[in-house]
Design a protein around this ligand. Structure first.
Ligand code: AMP
Length: 302
């Protein structure tokens, strides 16, 4: 079923213990779309500048990614630079240049307005809501990501957008900050009062936990000897998760659990190489093989 994503398409400069790149294609919506397109058709909404060339756009070609909603504006593409230490969770943001993103007003092509599954990547909550307003029929599922910046600076706008969201996907620090509660289960109960009925907490190398009103489900991060570049792990997780659900076309306890595994599978591939390099070459066969390894990793009898 149709899956829409709105979020950043960026150029990133990255520095990790495994190397350094000055300019590589990134952005939350890019990682999300590449991961989700392994399972279903993706409709991309975002903005790029005039430094974004046909060659850059190639990354979306030949995949199930519709770029009609990727606007070209005058100016430079969003730029982000980050550095990681030995601990992949240890990230320092060096530069954030919003550029064309600063004036971005998402405008959905008519062909996107019937999207049944929607992922609102980490952008201004007012813009996230404006995307929802443009969808003509009530979507089957709306999931949202956000960050400390919006939790601190625009709490009222975020609360309003959360009322229209079924799944919130954030990390553990953001969960604690949003709920003003350290314990993650108690924090989830508070977040459920804000609108979402499911909370997916991304915990980097510690995996991910889903708290749903009927159950809790955890997946580990896939054990890797070398994490070359943690950038985009969370967005790739979200892409695997939402892509699987939209492809399955059903939301129930079983598909939600499997979505957690596919999220973790896609996140684990994303970090194996710099930028989007690994996701670009990923095959369904590799995804299936790694999902089976997850099953072996976690199966036990009682
Ligand atoms: P993640 O590692 O999942 O947090 O996502 C990293 C991606 O998010 C990078 O490719 C960045 O280009 C993008 N990014 C970083 N900061 C922001 C921001 N403030 N708003 C939107 N996207 C961002």
């Amino acid at each position: 079923m149709s899956l829409l994503v709105v979020g950043s398409v960026a150029f990133d400069a990255l520095e990790t213990p495994y190397g350094k790149v000055d300019r590589t294609l990134g952005g939350a919506a890019t990682y999300f779309a590449l991961a989700a397109s392994c399972f279903t058709h993706v409709r991309l909404v975002g903005v790029v500048g005039d430094d974004f060339t046909e060659r850059d756009r190639e990354v979306f070609r030949g995949r199930k990614i519709d770029t009609e909603g990727l606007e070209h504006a005058n100016g430079k593409t969003f730029f982000w630079a980050g550095r990681y230490g030995k601990d992949p969770n240890d990230r320092v943001t060096l530069v954030t240049e919003l550029n064309v993103f600063a004036q971005f007003q998402p405008n959905l092509p008519q062909s996107y307005r019937d999207s049944a599954y929607v992922f609102l990547a980490n952008i201004d909550p007012t813009l996230q809501r404006s995307v929802l307003h443009q969808i003509e029929r009530r979507p089957k599922l709306v999931a949202l990501d956000t960050m400390n910046y919006w939790i601190e600076r625009t709490p009222a706008e975020l609360q309003e957008t959360l009322k229209h969201t079924q799944i919130l996907m954030i990390n553990d620090d953001e969960t604690r900050q949003l709920a003003a509660e350290h314990n993650l289960l108690r924090a989830a109960a508070r977040i459920f009062k804000m609108g979402p009925r499911t909370l997916v907490i991304k915990r980097g190398e510690h995996g991910a936990m889903m708290v749903h009103n009927r159950f809790i489900f955890s997946v580990p991060a896939f054990p890797l000897e070398e994490v070359h570049d943690p950038t985009g792990a969370g967005d790739s997780f979200a892409g695997g998760f939402m892509g699987y659900l939209a492809g399955a076309g059903r939301i129930n306890d079983n598909t939600l659990r499997r979505a957690m595994v596919y999220g973790s599978v896609l996140g684990s591939f994303a970090v194996e190489r710099f930028g989007v390099e690994r996701l670009r070459k990923l095959t369904r066969k590799e995804i299936g093989q790694r999902a089976r390894r997850f099953w072996k990793l976690t199966a036990f009898s009682l």
